[in-house]
Ligand binder design. Structure first.
Ligand code: KIV
Length: 262
């Protein structure tokens, strides 16, 4: 998939599939799949590093993971998240973060929210860097939002999100993530924009879907939000194979002669 395909897919009514990817070995699997594009999301702070929010992600951490994913998925379009505050520090420092992630090999960058970001988005897009917007539940503002919850339910929030979506398209974003918003709102935004929307917890009316890879593979059985579909019971599956290996070792079933050097 190339940058031009995002609009073309929307025009053709072809939905876009996206998953998060944080490391080299899962990147190789996703690269071999039909998934359209990857997101090196700052959710890696939670999923890979065990933090309670995405706030712990830094530009250098994002760059390290982006490099690993880029090397494993050379055939995919890869978006990397600009982490917490990395694009709110003044133009020169913002551009250093952007440069670091693009030099790590990302094809595009994602940032959260419209307010205060529009001039930067115009500048970054004019500098040759595709930008993906992200509105609705914006995890970097979790302490201001008061928790991980559905956004855009009140009439005021609803119209504010429609307004932000239009502003992000006008500023030059090539696509827009809509996270945890009512399906009616996601549908209205998607129908008003010519750039594709990619939803997570936003219903069927968006132009594509994104899920966290480990969530869709059932690696975190405690995490069961309404919007999530798990395609594998990954946690138990892997645990059972580890137990099988443990039993083989402790019962002298591994290694056999075939698995040993003579
Ligand atoms: O960081 C992330 O994983 C994201 C997705 C939830 C869209 O931003």
């Amino acid at each position: 998939m190339k940058i031009q395909d995002f609009k073309a897919f929307k025009k053709a009514g072809r939905k876009i599939s996206m998953v998060t990817c944080y490391d080299h070995w899962s990147a190789k699997i996703v690269n071999a799949s039909n998934i359209d594009c990857l997101l090196v999301g700052d959710s890696l702070a939670m999923v890979m590093h065990g933090y309670p929010t995405t706030i712990a992600a830094t530009t250098s951490l994002m760059a390290l993971h982006t490099t690993a994913v880029v090397k494993g998925a050379p055939d995919k379009f890869i978006v990397a998240d600009l982490p917490f505050l990395s694009y709110r520090k003044g133009l020169s420092e913002n551009m250093s973060s952007i440069e670091e992630l693009m030099r790590a090999g990302a094809h595009a960058l994602k940032l959260e929210g419209a307010r205060g970001n529009l001039d930067l988005i115009r500048h970054v897009v004019d500098s040759g860097v595709p930008v993906q917007g992200h509105i609705g539940l914006t995890p970097q503002s979790i302490h201001q939002l008061g928790g991980f919850k559905v956004q855009g339910r009140s009439p005021q929030e609803y119209s504010d999100l429609v307004e932000q979506a239009l502003q992000l398209e006008a500023a030059g974003c090539f696509s827009l993530v809509l996270e945890c918003v009512p399906s009616t709102l996601a549908l209205e935004i998607s129908s008003k924009l010519s750039i594709p929307t990619i939803g997570i917890g936003a219903g069927l009316g968006t132009d594509g879907q994104v899920l966290v890879l480990q969530d869709m593979l059932g690696m975190n059985p405690q995490f069961k939000p309404k919007f999530l579909r798990t395609y594998l019971d990954g946690f138990d599956l892997l645990k059972n194979y580890l137990n099988e290996y443990h039993n083989d070792v402790t019962q002298l079933q591994f290694p056999t002669e075939k698995e040993s050097y003579l």
